[in-house]
Design a protein around this ligand. Structure first.
Ligand code: XUL
Ligand code: CO
Length: 437
């Protein structure tokens, strides 16, 4: 069966195009700061949202038809999703996909049968990949949907469940390597707690770290050379999640000696749930050498949950791309962990959504490059800390002074002058002039 027959190949037509099925800003071959856009922006399709999720929410059933012409819950349907997914990616020029194990096949009661199905579907995906430049960005094991994970996976109180989680990770790593994945993700949706009355936090965190070490050892033993990622999120589904934000995840990775093998996969909507901006978590990851990959979406500040909207906020995308450019790019890519709104339920809406997301990040890239080339932000920052370039400031930076010496200098100096202005409004107007000028 052919999929999306009525949708043309999506091409770049430029900002003035009114064709809804064309890119306005994503021009894959356009060179920005020495690299074509397609290399700056390794976009990925999220198997789960695009090919599986059909609009079911807490209050209602599916609104979209994601059967792709086959009966749901069968291997025919699993294959139809592969066919539809590849047709979709090819029409949009998307070169990567991300998956959970259970996105690919219906889960059986017996893990041996699930794994057999995974072997079959991954053979089929491999066949599809041939002759295309489509690859896996990252894989992961879903250790949060099945009721067995109600108390967590690595953090569970059941050694049997822990064992099952390990088996799922092993298989998901096998699949990731088989499909040429650049990375492997841990999103700890159930790794957290509801109440300390029933939870031994230290015990649970040690067990999570142990599971991650086993994953690293196994992954390296089968030739996985990519990065492992933690994807931080503060809450939802659990009240307290251990990977609260970038800073917390980095502390955890360092404490348990996992920081050489792991980086972070930062999701915009997770950062905002943690009370940060998207840019904040990107910056914290980057300065720690751990900005690896991005789940590209946006939340709704009026709603306190993970709405996973397709990104259209150009300001946030610009600040994201500013961090990415300053980081020298990503080892991973931009996975659209985003879903169409429930009433946007047609095939065409799936395309509109990706066109929106890809254009938003392309525009963000262009604007971030313009901000860097303009130089005013960098110049201001250099100037702001100028007092640390000479005199006592330089000694402080070089660790060449002591509290004793500094207190003697302070006594001689009298009251210090007020520091220079932060000039926030000026800087915001520079950003606006680049965005809209
Ligand atoms: C959930 C979420 C996940 C991870 C992969 O909020 O973001 O889909 O990206 O498990
Ligand atoms: Co995500």
């Amino acid at each position: 069966m052919q999929h999306f027959e009525n949708i043309p190949v999506i091409r770049y037509e430029g900002p003035t195009s009114k064709n809804p099925l064309a890119f306005k800003f994503y021009d894959p071959a356009r060179v920005v700061m020495g690299k074509p856009m397609r290399e700056h922006l390794p976009f990925a399709m999220a198997w789960w949202h695009n090919l599986c999720a059909a609009g079911t929410d807490m209050f209602g059933r599916d609104t979209a038809d994601k059967s792709f012409g086959a009966e749901k819950g069968t291997m025919e349907h699993a294959k139809a999703k592969v066919d539809a997914g590849f047709a979709f990616m090819q029409k949009l020029g998307i070169r990567y996909f991300c998956f959970h194990d259970v996105d690919l096949v219906p889960e059986a009661d017996d893990i041996k049968e699930t794994n057999r199905r995974l072997d079959e579907i991954s053979d089929y995906i491999l066949e599809k990949m041939q002759g295309t430049d489509i690859r896996c960005l990252w894989g992961t094991a879903n250790m949060f949907s099945n009721p067995r994970y109600m108390n967590g996976a690595g953090s569970t109180n059941s050694a049997e469940v822990f064992c099952f989680a390990a088996a799922q990770i092993k298989k998901a790593l096998d699949l990731t390597v088989k499909l040429g994945g650049r990375g492997y993700v841990f999103w700890g949706g159930r790794e957290g707690y509801e109440t300390l009355l029933n939870t031994d936090v230290k015990f649970e965190q040690e067990n999570i770290a142990n599971l991650m070490h086993m994953a690293v050892d196994y992954g390296r033993s089968i030739g996985f050379t990519g990065d492992f990622y933690i994807e931080p999120k503060p809450k939802e589904p659990m009240k307290h999640q251990y990977d609260f934000d970038a800073a917390t995840a980095i502390g955890f990775l360092r404490q348990y000696g996992l920081d050489k093998d792991f980086k972070l996969n930062i999701e915009a909507n997770h950062a905002t749930l943690a009370g940060h901006t998207f840019q904040h978590d990107l910056r914290i990851s980057a300065i720690n050498g751990m900005l690896g990959s991005i789940d590209a979406n946006q939340g709704d500040l009026l709603l306190g949950w993970d709405t996973d909207e397709f990104p259209f906020n150009v300001y946030d995308a610009t600040m994201c791309m500013y961090e990415v450019l300053k980081n020298g790019g990503l080892t991973g890519g931009f996975n659209f962990d985003s879903k169409t709104r429930r009433p946007s339920n047609t095939d065409e809406d799936m395309f509109h959504a990706y066109i929106l997301g890809m254009d938003t990040f392309a525009l963000g890239l262009l604007k971030a490059a313009a901000l860097i080339e303009d130089g005013r932000l960098d110049a201001f920052l250099a100037e702001r800390y100028a007092s640390f370039r000479t005199g006592v400031g330089a000694k402080i930076r070089k660790h060449e002074t002591t509290l004793l010496e500094l207190s003697a200098i302070a006594e001689q100096m009298g009251a210090p002058a007020l520091p220079s202005s932060g000039r926030q409004e000026y800087l915001e107007s520079v950003v606006n002039s680049i965005l809209f000028g």
